[in-house]
Design a protein around this ligand. Structure first.
Ligand SMILES: C[S@@+](CC[C@H](N)C(=O)[O-])C[C@H]1O[C@@H](n2cnc3c(N)ncnc32)[C@H](O)[C@@H]1O
Length: 269
């Protein structure tokens, strides 16, 4: 079945809906891509018109949005992606603990992988922090995303054997076991990471602060206003000395924020 062409009005309505709900900006030049994704969803649900589909998701709860969001978001990720961030943590753990004495006071480090996709970022962070920290310091990692499909894969912690090209043999041996032709993250590491649904466009409900936040390769999909709002919210959940990592194609230039520049894509509150 060939999908009918989406009118400009319909495109603008979808664009506004996605923007309001998730902060994701689908620009005009992505219209064909959005149309292809939406018509795929419509086919799988047996919905025939864009207007009907629009109504269905507009009034719908999280479940109605679930597979749509899985489809309209980009989930590319890998273990130790943008490796210099992990090297920075490895090499600068003493400075991090000096600048943020809360970690030693509470014997716990809290990190947040705020758009974790299928979990590789959160587990990479867990391995690096576990190796760099005194073992008396416990590790708590919150990993969140709006894609339920990705979160389910992340929580299962099973990855194809191709991860060998990204994760060093030392980490694979210590933190994974061989399973079904791939690698599964060991229970001990999985216990340190909690995967939850969380939409960065929403109000932050967190009671505790984090010591490290990874907010990588997600801001790039947001409008400048949404990026600005997000930086304000992030600053409120990082204590002085806490670290923010953004993606290599993202930048805080031209934004108002309360972070100090450390090196490209690494900031300290
Ligand atoms: C390209 S992946 C980045 C994964 C990882 N941070 C990395 O750098 O490898 C972008 C992720 O952002 C998530 N995302 C998009 N909009 C979001 C939002 N409003 N709140 C939370 N996550 C969102 C997507 O579902 C997707 O998994």
């Amino acid at each position: 079945m060939i999908a009918p062409r989406m009118s400009d009005r319909q495109f603008l309505q979808f664009q506004e809906l996605i923007y309001k709900r998730f902060g994701i900006l689908y620009k005009e030049e992505k219209k064909d891509m959005l149309q292809a994704k939406i018509s795929r969803q419509m086919r799988s649900l047996g919905v025939e018109s864009y207007d009907d589909y629009l109504e269905a998701i507009r009034g719908g709860d999280d479940e109605n949005w679930s597979s749509f969001v899985d489809d309209i978001t980009i989930h590319t990720t890998n273990f130790f992606r943008e490796r210099n961030h992990f090297d920075y943590l490895r090499k600068n753990m003493d400075a991090l603990l000096r600048n943020n004495p809360l970690v030693r006071q509470r014997f716990e480090i809290r990190a947040w992988s705020s758009a974790c996709s299928t979990g590789e970022e959160a587990y990479s962070l867990a391995m690096v922090l576990r190796e760099a920290l005194d073992e008396r310091i416990s590790l708590k990692i919150l990993a969140t995303d709006v894609s339920r499909g990705s979160l389910a894969r992340a929580a299962a912690g099973w990855y194809r054997s191709e991860i060998r090209k990204d994760a060093e043999p030392y980490f694979l041996q210590k933190y994974f076991s061989r399973e079904d032709g791939g690698f599964r993250v060991n229970e001990s590491l999985r216990r340190c990471v909690r995967f939850r649904f969380f939409n960065l466009a929403e109000h932050f409900p967190f009671r505790n602060v984090f010591d490290v936040i990874f907010c990588r390769n997600v801001m790039i999909y947001f409008s400048p206003e949404m990026q600005q709002a997000l930086l304000g919210k992030m600053a409120r959940v990082l204590p002085p000395g806490g670290l923010l990592f953004i993606g290599h194609s993202e930048s805080l230039i031209g934004k108002q924020h309360r972070f100090q520049y450390v090196q490209p894509t690494i900031y300290m509150r």
